[in-house]
Ligand binder design. Structure first.
Ligand SMILES: [Zn+2]
Length: 297
């Protein structure tokens, strides 16, 4: 499968990073008669204690604008289709729907610790939480699921303590710094040190695709230093800017103490690849939802 790639060398010019070029690879897993498309993150490949996969549109049962691997229950697709998609994708990554915990994303910076008592919530049982954009756990086999269609997945692995975190960081979550909240809560709950984290900033809208208005740019000007703004914002001098959400999240991680060499960034933009991935921008909101799945083995 050929994805159009982001030219991260251009955007991260002069910054120290982990893997930002060729940082992902595509895998196809056969589940019954379906070919399930999965994006894998190369820097996680050698971490044998985790399983992590990011979905594509390939391998599901939904049709129309949700074709085919859609995980969104409230944009017109049937519950039956969405459940079947979760079943197929779970099988592809060697888990099952009873082990998934689904976030309840509302563009907050709230992070929740989840354990076995939350297994299946948001899918096979009612959630006992709301307004949760980030999840952390130390429980083996419990699969954290966060949803995307241009917003930024931020994924955290403490390689020493074997604990994980996964969050949804759109522009509000980025300005509000949900990344810092995940790292702080992993610290409080598990004793995680930022320097032990390996992180990935996942498939999301690239700077070339993401035009924003002045009021959104102003929020970023308040939240970031002028040096950081040089990377994050491009002023088009017409009241509009291009925004680099991946770099903004990179700075959030760096400022929270993650080693630059452990911050890895997607080379795939959701909007540049709208036939293979769901993109809110590319479709004016007529789209399904992608998910990131991660669990401790
Ligand atoms: Zn793009």
């Amino acid at each position: 499968m050929e994805f159009k790639k982001i030219d991260n060398k251009k955007f991260f010019n002069g910054l120290e990073t982990g893997t930002i070029i060729d940082s992902t690879f595509f895998e196809e897993v056969k589940v019954e008669d379906k070919n399930v498309g999965i994006i894998r993150f190369k820097p996680f490949k050698d971490l044998d204690f985790i399983e992590c996969g990011f979905s594509t549109r390939l391998g599901g049962v939904s049709t129309g604008v949700s074709e085919s691997m859609n995980f969104c229950l409230d944009r017109g697709d049937s519950r039956e289709n969405v459940l079947e998609n979760f079943r197929i994708f779970s099988t592809a990554i060697n888990t099952d729907i009873n082990h998934l915990v689904i976030s309840k994303q509302t563009h907050t910076t709230n992070v929740l610790y989840v354990d076995e008592s939350n297994a299946g919530m948001g899918l096979v049982s009612q959630r006992n939480y709301d307004n949760i954009d980030g999840l952390i756990t130390d429980k083996k086999g419990l699969c954290l699921v966060t949803a995307f269609a241009d917003c930024v997945p931020v994924i955290f692995i403490d390689k020493k303590r074997h604990v994980i975190g996964s969050a949804h960081s759109g522009w509000r979550g980025t300005v509000g710094n949900i990344t810092k909240n995940v790292i702080e809560q992993m610290g409080q709950k598990f004793g995680t040190k930022a320097e032990d984290l390996i992180t990935f900033i996942g498939p999301s809208i690239c700077m070339d695709c993401y035009e924003i208005s002045e009021d959104v740019a102003d929020e970023f000007k308040k939240a970031y230093s002028s040096k950081e703004q040089e990377y994050i914002l491009y002023d088009k001098k017409n009241g509009h800017y291009q925004l680099n959400l991946q770099i903004a999240n990179y700075f959030n991680m760096l400022n929270a103490g993650v080693k630059a060499s452990n911050i890895n960034v997607t080379d795939i933009c959701t909007c540049c690849n709208k036939d293979l991935l769901f993109s809110h921008r590319a479709t004016n909101g007529k789209r399904g939802v992608l998910c990131n799945f991660i669990y401790l083995k």
